[in-house]
Design a protein around this ligand. Structure first.
Ligand code: NAD
Length: 309
């Protein structure tokens, strides 16, 4: 480590908790805050100093990292909770949450108007990546801000890409996840089609994983149990990457496509498919469980227990 930083970390949930713990392990001082006392307790057990409010977490910090559910939480924190007002001028605010591009630009503008510096740096890699310190960061903001954040991002992740100015990280994130959502539906439809044609899951996997159907949804997060032993399909679709989060990201992508007049037909349809799944059978499940819904809608008599729904 080059120098010990004091980091305010707000949002210690599935992602933020292990990210903060990795920063502590690397020798940094981390002052954490979360609305849920039990999460703060877990963070404290991992060496995080507790703060009773977001303002308390930012007051002594030279870098503040937020990992919150949505744009309204980030903007609320910046504008209403006094997180910016309490911070020292010039503090670098890094928002790692996945939020709307317009909200990210708004948050950036609010931080800069308050005399702070800002970077959006959403992540890919899920809870497993957060725990292992192997996330990919997609950053938006100035060169100097990215350069300052980079050593910290390198602790929490294996790769950080500077995508452009404010909001560019969020833009890259929703474009990537639009690919992922569409490809998971495609892979799932192919497995169900294969089943109806008498093809084993392993045979289809062995062909597609080394042919032109190869993609992350197939080779890492395979939606049927068996071919990829670590995929959520082998543990009753426990996330992983929750269907609710995929629905959220696809909604952000579809909104952005509509706003920009982009004809993203499959992106829009994938957003509808995942919105319905997340509110129904997919509640609390990994997004790959969509295969069960496709199977169920295709031929109810072929539904097998444990194969998702
Ligand atoms: P989470 O719900 O587990 O954690 C968010 C935490 O923020 C919660 O613990 C909540 O109590 C806290 N919080 C909300 N408002 C707060 C406030 N004002 N002050 C303090 N704490 C507050 O969510 P998560 O799974 O950790 O995801 C966080 C972000 O990362 C989301 O934007 C999500 O889309 C994104 N993301 C998640 C994953 C994943 O696999 N979980 C992967 C990539 C990106």
């Amino acid at each position: 480590m080059n120098s010990r930083r004091t980091i305010g970390f707000i949002g210690l949930g599935h992602m933020g908790g292990p990210m903060a713990a990795n920063l502590v392990r690397a020798g940094h001082r981390v002052i954490g805050h979360d609305l849920m006392p039990e999460l703060l307790g877990t963070a404290v057990a991992n060496g995080v100093e507790p703060a009773g409010s977001s303002a308390e977490a930012t007051a002594a910090a030279d870098v503040v990292i937020t990992m919150l559910p949505a744009g309204r939480h980030v903007l609320g924190l910046y504008r209403e909770e006094g997180a910016l007002a309490a911070a020292r001028p010039g503090t670098l605010f890094i928002d790692c949450s996945t939020i709307d591009v317009a909200d990210a630009r708004s948050a950036h503008g609010t931080a800069v108007a308050a005399g702070m510096r800002a970077l959006d740096a959403p992540v890919s890699g899920g809870v497993v990546g957060a725990e292992a310190g192997t996330l990919t960061f997609m950053a938006g903001g100035g060169e100097a801000e990215f350069a300052e954040a980079d050593p910290l991002l390198a602790i929490m992740g294996k790769r950080a890409v500077h995508c452009g100015g404010p909001g560019a990280g969020q833009a890259a994130k929703i474009c990537n996840n639009m690919i992922l959502g569409i490809s998971m539906i495609a892979v799932s439809e192919a497995f169900v089609l294969g089943e109806s044609l008498g093809l084993s899951h392993q045979a289809l996997f062995d062909v597609a994983s080394t042919a032109s159907g190869q993609c992350w949804a197939l080779t890492v997060n395979c939606p049927v149990p068996g071919p990829v032993p670590d995929s959520p399909a082998n543990r009753a679709y426990r996330p992983g990457f929750a269907a609710e989060l995929m629905a959220k990201d696809l909604g952000l992508a579809a909104d952005a496509a509509r706003a920009g007049g982009v004809h993203a037909e499959l992106g829009a349809r994938a957003a509808e498919v995942y919105a319905a799944y997340a509110e129904g059978a997919g509640t609390g499940r990994d997004f790959s469980g969509i295969v069960g819904t496709i199977r169920e809608k295709s031929a109810p008599h072929t539904v097998r227990e444990g194969d998702g729904a």
